[in-house]
Design a protein around this ligand. Structure first.
Ligand code: NAD
Length: 446
């Protein structure tokens, strides 16, 4: 690699931008998740003087796979599904990242999410790279039998494009531990019989019975709370007695809520794809999770009143946790929020302009690649346990997760203070530095 030359760097964003369905035109102008993640990369590249060669390599994923595969529906008809797997970078280890089932999945969204996985693994010094996959469909409209056939056909179509030392999927929005177990089972049944059990670690986020790790299901929410706790210590802020709002009450949102409530914090509002609810006296996250389990949404929870999405963003609280989809906090939401900190449980929830508004208003923004990385950390622990044929107890997993999250948070905090950066640019810079060092030693070959 040649000398660093930040001055000559051109913007890294290339290619056509796919419009995002249902997004206001003012937000569209800021681009989609991929262009936004690339913009964040540009910003950090300038801040830490990243070499233009490494910046170029990182500006596009290594591989973008699109597959169309037929599935037989319960009524006997055939339907064609479009699946994706994007492999962003593997200089530090196998590609790693979730599989999303959602009707709005696009290639650019997955490119952005896969890049974020590369930064996330590098930031935490986890020996994985970044990837992301998905299928463009609404899983809520399908029976369990159809979901199984869709998942198995998708896995079969991916073939050897995934693998335990090559590319390791996990659950994401719309996918569950059961679904990654189907991926594992399909994958392991098409490889050589004697190696079958060595293939378990082709996916992480599995159920305990099928080789998953204790603590994985709640890991992302647990990590979110560790970051909020570290932030609170820095700001001399007491979480006991404070209030919080969570957008999205799925895996990340519900576990974050349960843990925060155990610390004496009060959930005042939440919402999901169907609607938003509030109770200034506090919502019980455990009972709410039971309601969601039974009905599929927070809507209609009896100890709450319905509110609008705008009202939920404007609700006064101390901590706001976006834990739904990306690009939910635009200019309007940033001006409306009345909190002290935004802890990004979701990937890419905040538009860059909105982040600046929040920072200018004195609201800290703790970035996704730091805050929601408990999932990939415990995924790594799961992968290691599978590889060594070990089973770690919950306490061991939780202790390792806590020390990993605290260590990385401390590194980001110190770097940020030293360089006078925002949290996101600091986190990206640390990740990019690790990746750049690996490229500097290895170069590109042939
Ligand atoms: P999930 O499917 O379990 O939950 C998603 C939640 O968001 C649900 O409550 C859903 O109703 C809600 N939602 C969907 N569309 C919405 C909309 N338009 N408006 C409001 N709410 C909406 O998914 P999850 O695993 O909890 O993931 C949530 C976020 O966290 C995603 O950005 C994901 O990429 C990120 N993340 C997840 C993990 C993990 O381990 N699951 C790890 C890191 C990051």
């Amino acid at each position: 690699m040649s000398q660093k030359d930040a001055q000559s760097q051109t913007p890294l964003v290339v290619g056509k931008v796919e419009p995002v369905k249902g997004v206001e035109p003012s937000k569209q102008q800021q681009g989609n998740l991929y262009t936004i993640v690339q913009g964040q990369l540009d910003k950090a590249a300038k801040a830490m003087n990243l070499s233009k060669e490494v910046a170029l390599v990182l500006s596009q994923p290594k591989n973008e796979l699109i597959i169309n595969f037929p599935v037989k529906m319960d009524d006997g008809s055939y339907r064609l599904f479009k699946g994706y797997r994007v492999q962003h970078n593997n200089i530090l280890g196998p590609y790693k990242g979730g599989i999303r089932y959602h009707e709005d999945v696009t290639l650019d969204e997955l490119k952005g999410l896969s890049a974020a996985m590369t930064w996330k693994s590098a930031l935490h010094d986890i020996p994985f790279g970044g990837g992301k996959g998905g299928i463009k469909f609404n899983p809520r409209l399908h029976s369990k039998a159809e979901l199984e056939r869709i998942t198995r056909r998708y896995t079969h179509a991916l073939g050897n494009n995934i693998g335990p030392e090559f590319d390791i999927p996990a659950p994401d929005v719309g996918t569950t531990a059961q679904m990654v177990v189907w991926i594992m089972d399909t994958y392991m049944n098409v490889v050589v019989f004697s190696d079958k059990n060595a293939m378990r670690r082709v996916v992480t986020g599995k159920t305990i019975n099928s080789g998953g790790s204790y603590g994985r299901e709640a890991a992302t929410g647990t990590g979110v709370v560790h970051c909020i706790l570290e932030w609170a210590k820095d700001r001399r802020f007491n979480l006991n007695g404070c209030s919080y709002t969570v957008q999205g009450f799925g895996n990340v949102g519900s576990h974050t809520s349960k843990i925060l409530s155990r610390m004496g914090a009060t959930l005042v509002a939440t919402g999901d794809y169907k609607g938003y609810i509030a109770n200034p006296e506090g919502l019980n996250p455990y009972k709410l999770a039971e309601h969601v389990q039974a009905t599929g949404s927070v809507e209609g929870y009896k100890h709450s009143k319905p509110i609008t999405r705008d009202e939920s963003f404007a609700m006064e609280c101390d901590v706001f946790v976006p834990a739904a989809l990306e690009l939910e906090i635009g200019e309007k939401e940033a001006k409306a929020l009345r909190c002290k900190v935004v802890a990004e449980g979701a990937n890419g929830p905040t538009y860059p302009d909105a982040e600046q508004i929040l920072i200018d208003r004195g609201i800290d923004v703790l970035p996704d690649i730091l805050v929601n990385s408990g999932g990939v950390m415990v995924s790594y622990f799961e992968w290691l346990q599978n590889k060594r044929s070990e089973r770690w107890d919950l306490e061991e997993v939780e202790n390792r997760l806590e020390s990993g999250m605290k260590r990385t948070y401390g590194i980001v905090r110190d770097f940020r203070e030293e360089r006078k950066l925002d949290y996101r640019t600091a986190a990206y810079s640390i990740a990019l530095d690790r990746i750049e060092k690996a490229y500097a030693e290895r170069g590109i070959w042939p």
